[in-house]
Design a protein around this ligand. Structure first.
Ligand code: ME8
Length: 508
């Protein structure tokens, strides 16, 4: 039988700087969803990329006094290193300067052109290189008697040139029809409603080429012009689905922040329709994030490096904070103290204490073959089944905060169960020994289930935790898509030694 496929993508990152903490947020979300589908047995693909055909990168190379190619090679390598270091398990890493991508872009440009969707036009406009976006007069603010971009405090360039335009206006009805048939196309709903309202109002054709820049992909129908932003960035998503990987298109999920939602939810579908490709299934939008309530930008220089942050604390702390403290689509301000508090409470206390208690007490029982013929405590089992059902539903809806909340709530219940039943007292009374055994088995089995659920978030730590309960080869089975089999397995838990501390507490 053919396996079900799942293809998830990160945004296409510019390379005028190395990824900061909020870039890593988008990549972590994609990674966790990918891992979940992978252990659940899907045929999976996960792509991340760098957007190199950008004026920002060319400028940055000039600033650094480096040849553009050297600069791009260096930055692509740096991006890859950050993702590798963070354990982001992408299956494809693509640069927009790669020949395989250029070929595809020229092919689709020609297709759109032949389909009368691209036309020539001369126009004049204001353009902020730092945003890589056109500005209208009303977008600008006054500073020192000049009209500047509010984000970069620099004057936009005045541009007048011949360009090619994409006929977005032609697709208004078709896009609305597509939205109607795909009510979950954009998550969350509010973002989707904004998009729909925008499309209903009016769609403006947009420019897809430049005549001044020589660096990018030449238009196949006019080699004096090069592509600009849209075709060369977005079609990346398709480039990686050629040659043997066609089954992965259309993508199941694009993860992007809300700033580029219009491009992904409006431009992108129209461009795909123009060339006759299927449309992606869903777009997940993250919020707009700040650090100390300031917009973060590589050009403003107020950046937190995710690798440095994880070296100071731990990767688990970063993942837990980013995914459990706020919903994916909320706007948020990064707060280190809060990150530490969350980690100490949930991983170092809640999860770790329970394991510690369970192992120390179980070892005292000196069971030769572990727990034989034990069943879980009925109340806890009921509790668990409810939690496990919701867990799946939340994951399928990409609600990762709810996934973690429900997990830590279940762990809280377990902690309470131990505190109330006091197995350490029961163990000392011959007539209650069986009861104590049952409680400890319940805890071990619950922990095993929780760790399986948490694997996509903390794979290294969960693998180590499996070993503490003598659960052999679990990571191997998971990496081969055997989550369901493992969940259904009956284990006896032969515990031979006290585990080393895996979640150290941090000082604020
Ligand atoms: O936009 N808050 O690249 P990029 C939340 N190449 N997310 C943030 C963030 C913040 N303050 N800053 C960055 C580009 N991100 C273009 C896209 S589309 C045709 C081309 C995350 O490097 C967010 O997920 O500026 C965003 O989508 C991504 O970084 C891209 O950032």
């Amino acid at each position: 039988m053919m396996k079900k496929t799942f293809f998830v993508t990160t945004p296409i990152y510019y390379t005028n700087g190395i990824p900061h903490i909020w870039h890593s947020y988008s990549s972590l979300i994609a990674d966790i969803l990918f891992k979940y589908k992978k252990i659940s047995g899907f045929d999976v693909k996960f792509c991340t990329w760098v957007d190199e055909n950008s004026q920002k990168a060319v400028q940055k190379a000039e600033e650094e006094n480096m040849p553009v190619w050297e600069y791009l090679d260096m930055m692509a390598e740096k991006h890859k290193k950050v993702w590798d270091w963070l354990g982001i398990s992408y299956t494809d890493f693509i640069r927009t300067t790669e020949p395989r991508h250029h070929e595809l872009v020229r092919k689709v440009l020609q297709k759109s052109f032949d389909n009368w969707d691209i036309y020539e036009w001369v126009y004049e406009w204001l353009y902020c290189v730092w945003c890589e976006a056109f500005k209208k007069d009303e977008d600008l603010i006054e500073k020192d008697w000049k009209k500047v971009c509010p984000d970069h405090l620099k004057e936009p360039d005045k541009i007048k040139e011949k360009n090619y335009f994409f006929k977005l206006s032609k697709y208004q009805d078709k896009i609305l029809e597509f939205y109607e048939k795909n009510p979950d196309f954009v998550t969350p709903k509010e973002r989707f409603n904004e998009v729909i309202a925008f499309v209903k109002r009016w769609l403006e054709d947009f420019s897809i080429s430049r005549e001044t820049n020589k660096f990018w992909i030449k238009l196949p129908f006019d080699e004096s012009q090069v592509t600009y932003v849209w075709y060369d960035a977005l079609f990346n998503y398709v480039t990686v689905c050629q040659n043997w990987d066609e089954r992965f298109w259309p993508a199941d999920l694009h993860v992007v922040w809300k700033d580029i939602i219009r491009f992904h939810a409006i431009y992108w579908p129209a461009m795909l329709m123009s060339v006759g490709y299927e449309l992606p299934k869903q777009i997940l939008t993250t919020g707009f994030f700040t650090i100390d309530w300031q917009k973060i930008s590589k050009s403003l220089g107020n950046v937190i490096d995710p690798v440095e942050f994880c070296e100071k604390y731990s990767k688990d702390l970063l993942v837990l904070y980013l995914l459990s403290n706020f919903n994916i689509w909320q706007d948020w301000d990064f707060d280190q103290a809060n990150a530490v508090l969350t980690y100490n409470a949930k991983l170092a206390n809640n999860l770790w204490n329970l394991l510690n208690r369970a192992t120390v007490l179980t070892m005292k029982l000196e069971l030769q073959n572990g727990f034989e013929n034990e069943k879980m405590d009925e109340n806890i089992l009921k509790n668990f089944e409810e939690y496990d059902k919701n867990f799946k539903i939340f994951f399928e809806k990409y609600e990762l905060k709810a996934v973690l909340d429900s997990t830590f709530k279940f762990l809280d219940d377990l902690n309470l169960f131990v505190t109330e039943t006091e197995p350490w007292k029961l163990m000392k009374q011959e007539e209650n020994l069986e009861k104590a055994k049952n409680i400890l088995y319940t805890i071990c089995e619950s922990l095993r289930q929780v760790w399986l659920n948490l694997y996509p978030f903390f794979p290294e730590k969960m693998s180590k935790l499996f070993e503490t309960l003598w659960l052999q080869n679990y990571s191997l089975y998971l990496e081969n898509g055997k989550l369901a089999e493992l969940k259904a397995k009956k284990e006896n838990f032969i515990i031979k030694e006290k585990p080393e501390i895996l979640f150290e507490k941090f000082e604020i």
